[in-house]
Design a protein around this ligand. Sequence first.
Ligand SMILES: NC(=O)C1=CN([C@@H]2O[C@H](COP(=O)(O)OP(=O)(O)OC[C@H]3O[C@@H](n4cnc5c(N)ncnc54)[C@H](O)[C@@H]3O)[C@@H](O)[C@H]2O)[C@@H](O)CC1
Ligand SMILES: [K+]
Length: 508
Amino acid sequence: MDIVTAQEMYEWDRAALDAAGIEGKMLMESAGRAVADDMVRHIRKQDKVIVLIGSGNNGGDGFVIARTLLNRGYDIEAWQVVPDEKITGDARVHKEIFMASGFSVRPYSSLEKLMQSFQRADIIIDAMLGIGVKGRLRNPIAEIVEAANGLSVFRMAVDLPSGLPADEGIVDFDAFHADYTTVIAAPKMSAFLQHTRPYYGDYRIVEIGLPTRKLPPVNRGLWRKEDVRRTLPVRGKNSHKGSHGKGVMVGGSLLMPGSIAMAGRAALRSGVGLLTIATVERAISSISPYLQEATFVDMEEKEGALTGQATDQLSGYDGVAIGMGMGRTRGAKRLLEAIVQGVDAPMLIDADGLYHLKEILDVVKERQSPTVLTPHPGEFAHLTGLSIRDVLQSPFSCSREFAAKYGVYLVLKGPSTIITSPDGKQRVDVSGNAGLAKGGSGDVLSGILFAMMLQTDSLMDALGNGCVIHGCTAESLTEEKHSKTDLLASDVIEGLSRTFRTISSASR
Ligand SMILES: NC(=O)C1=CN([C@@H]2O[C@H](COP(=O)(O)OP(=O)(O)OC[C@H]3O[C@@H](n4cnc5c(N)ncnc54)[C@H](O)[C@@H]3O)[C@@H](O)[C@H]2O)[C@@H](O)CC1
Ligand SMILES: [K+]
């Protein structure tokens, strides 16, 4: 499922006409009907529904929606919130069809008049502005939105809430606060940003008849459970432990043995063939009871933390994961640099590894094997020198720029996790819930991602799958036996069994 910017959506619109001859008014009819079909799931026959109609094509959709619902006997009041001369093009065609069908529209004259209708309404449908919004809302839409947001009605938006930008990077806006949005054709970027996501409420995407084979490709898409089912490698009958990757994890310290233990256990539960933990000797006895299936390499230490530059013990592996619990000492940084430079294998770098990485990004750039970085926004801000605010406002472009500059795969974690390849492809995972907002979750995710990396040739599939498996496990645990409050990262590790069982049984 592609995720689009406003411009990409307009390009699709154009392709529908140019490549397939689908005229705008046809597309509007099918969009409006698809939205109405979706919205009726929330509307009862006795509900009083107000449809607010604006000047552009979003308003045009509004005429189709209002007509469709009126034809089906729903109690609909259509309000046109802009002067008649502003209704042009395809929207004008649909206004005429609406009127010729025997329905009438109320012209907006003052907020007081509209408020009288609002007071009696159960549901407000916002078809005032869509992806064509520019700048802050102007009156009368600004005052209508403000009034509607203050009512205790059910608010539904067509395509996206009026006033909300479709793209990233815009923070200066007011917008309709929807409880539910029916998104047309493809989710817009703003459905995945921290500052704009809440305005959508729940949302669903409806298909409107765009010619999918003729649309210009978009390099950005949602990665969901069905994608995992499609791409998760099947364990062959004749496979042996070597077929599933031989990985080494470097990290842990005397006082921080937990993170690498959790990452290691998550990797084992995610099917890695052979796992070695490279850590300080004195931490091994506390980690090993938790990881009976792993082997251990004791590394040079200084005051309980990893140090040195030895990389010879780390050769011969199919992949390296580094950083979990390794600490922020100078010795750890030296070791990281030596490994990043000297070990030629796919590498995942997380946690303290990311902290140290800032000063050696040029070394990362020179690596021949793929490098995967898994920062949360704070770590990413540290790595890039941007503010967390900038990262959150424009995560898609910040990620893309960074991944291209340093030739890395980037997993920018959050409620919407954005995975970016060095060549700019992006996948978004929205699985998971607030139960994961705890220490240890990142370690578990790293372990899963590492195991996935070792079991497929497609790194983007591996990273998408790892994120979705992690998030879906948390979701099913909080549906069944945990709350978001008590869920621990270690519960997620044990919950992986069920996720793998259900995902693989559904794929056969
Ligand atoms: N494939 C597509 O692109 C399709 C688009 N459709 C609909 O068309 C919408 C896009 O249509 P448009 O490009 O006409 O754009 P909009 O319908 O979003 O609105 C453009 C209008 O809003 C006014 N406006 C812009 N910024 C404003 C502000 N800050 N305050 C007040 N008024 C403002 C402009 O004067 C213009 O008349 C989509 O969101 C969707 O609902 C559908 O009809 C079907 C297919
Ligand atoms: K809208």
